[in-house]
Design a protein around this ligand. Structure first.
Ligand code: ARG
Length: 467
């Protein structure tokens, strides 16, 4: 602690040293050190541009670039550690290190640049990489869902609404529902990537610069597709982070729904699946326990991802243009969301890959649950009853079954006939869960043929995704 005022990037107009508490309060180095690689790469491109545009001499450019490259190497090899308190932020840290290496010429690196466009650049470079990583992890999870859907094709389970048995369907159909949720998440990531991929550097503090810079050159050096149009907007904008945080919030919501289902399905009451031991823990007191911790924590951590979105939305609300120090608060929610998201995606995909499915229990659960009552009503409609009449009539059959402790699918033909004359042998057949499923052959439905097709289509979708 206690960096002398003259070593501060802004020390020139100050007569007194900064208050120690104040210095700790404003420091971001403990977390923005995560951005060191991007700060260095961005600085290298900036120095090359300054040299190319003859704003600094070739010798100066070479010295600066060489110095920065050495620092990058040392950081990557772990030879130099970034210690909190060494500098105010990562930008100051890099410039101090450069000065230690090449002397006073280091100061020329900051020509035509401000920490305001620099931090926006670092964050965009970092987030571009993380979005690609997230998309890959999403893809891995989709692959796990897909291969599980394929492996368990044909297994019947109860479908629920209001968590009450509704209609039987294929377990694979359920898994594929998540495949398409994650496909939308990937689409949102792909779309927001375009808006991250915009170079802010060259906006300087807020109004641009009087130096003859070449922004296209920097963009091509750093692999940016576009260049920001308005210098004031470029340094004030954190939409790209907010978009990522909101897309992540939706994605975590999907993961938490799947997490919740895994927790439910692995309970004694359901006993539909068994999660692999490696993703569960036991109890310190109850020797028999096997708890679905990873699924629970994915569900639990969704709260912090929502919180991170609200956090930054609140920070940005009503901030006047351009940069305000409040905006330094954007990093911790972003970093936290990324690590939570990446770990959750990875673990979810492993859990799906390794879970055991209890086919017998799932199928048994569809017995005696009246979940083919809709089939009976549909049958009557085909015999020319209105759906309302059919619904009412089947309702009275359900009451009869409940009163006489009978299952719908075990009724005899004569029992059925006492309710309506058009019931015949075929009726007994349609009451079976298997037939109910096969009948759902509409596009997007749960018949075996449709689900098989949907799996094939999903495979093609994954192949086509290029990121
Ligand atoms: N550490 C700052 C941040 O993360 C960098 C920009 C500082 N700019 C300034 N004018 N103080 O937002």
């Amino acid at each position: 602690m206690g960096v002398k005022i003259m070593e501060k990037l802004w020390g020139g107009r100050f007569k007194k040293n900064i208050n120690k508490e104040m210095e700790e309060f404003i420091s971001s180095l403990s977390f923005d050190k995560k951005l060191v690689k991007y700060d260095l790469l961005g600085s290298i491109a900036h120095a090359q541009m300054l040299g190319k545009c003859k704003i600094i001499t070739k010798e100066e450019k070479d010295k600066i670039v060489e110095g920065l490259k050495q620092i990058l190497k040392e950081v990557q090899e772990g030879k130099v550690k970034i210690i909190t308190g060494e500098a105010e932020d990562i930008h100051s840290w890099v410039e101090n290190k450069l000065k230690e290496k090449i002397g006073i010429v280091a100061g020329k690196l900051h020509i035509a640049r401000s920490r305001n466009d620099q931090i926006a650049l670092d964050e965009r470079m970092y987030l571009k990489e993380e979005v690609l990583k997230t998309q890959d992890l999403l893809k891995d999870l989709q692959k796990s869902l897909l291969s599980s859907a394929q492996k368990h094709l044909g297994i019947i389970m109860p479908g629920y609404t209001h968590l009450q048995h509704a209609q039987p369907f294929l377990f694979s159909h359920h898994l594929m529902a998540y495949f398409y949720m994650f496909e939308r998440d990937k689409g949102r990531m792909q779309d927001l990537y375009k808006r991250i991929d915009v170079l802010p550097l060259g906006s300087a503090a807020l109004t641009g610069t009087s130096f003859p810079i070449d922004r296209e050159f920097v963009a091509s050096q750093l692999g940016f597709k576009q260049i920001s149009e308005n210098s004031l907007d470029a340094v004030s904008d954190r939409d790209f982070i907010l978009e990522f945080l909101s897309t992540s919030a939706i994605l975590m919501m999907h993961l938490s729904r799947l997490g919740e289902e895994l927790v439910l399905w692995s309970s004694q009451e359901f006993n539909f699946i068994e999660l692999d031991d490696s993703f569960c823990t036991g109890s310190s007191i109850m020797p028999q326990k096997k708890n679905p911790d990873a699924a629970e924590l994915i569900r639990g951590k969704t709260g912090r991802v929502y919180g991170n979105l609200i956090n930054l939305l609140t920070t940005m609300k009503a901030l006047p243009l351009a940069y305000n120090h409040d905006m330094q608060e954007d990093k911790e929610p972003l970093f936290d969301t990324i690590s939570t998201l990446e770990r959750s995606l990875f673990l979810m995909s492993k859990m799906i890959e390794t879970m055991q499915v209890n086919k017998e229990k799932m199928e048994r659960s569809t017995k005696g649950d009246f979940s083919t009552a809709t089939e009976l009503a549909d049958y009557l409609v085909k015999k020319d009853l209105s759906f309302r009449e059919a619904h009412k009539l089947v309702g009275s059959i359900v009451i009869y079954c409940l009163k006489n402790k009978r299952n719908l699918e075990d009724l005899t033909l004569s029992e059925l006939k006492s309710f309506h004359k058009s019931f015949n042998k075929k009726t007994l057949e349609i009451l079976k869960p298997q037939s109910a499923i096969e009948a759902k052959d509409s596009f997007g439905g749960t018949s075996l043929k449709r689900v098989e097709k949907s799996i094939q289509k999903a495979k093609k979708i994954l192949k086509k995704n290029t990121n």
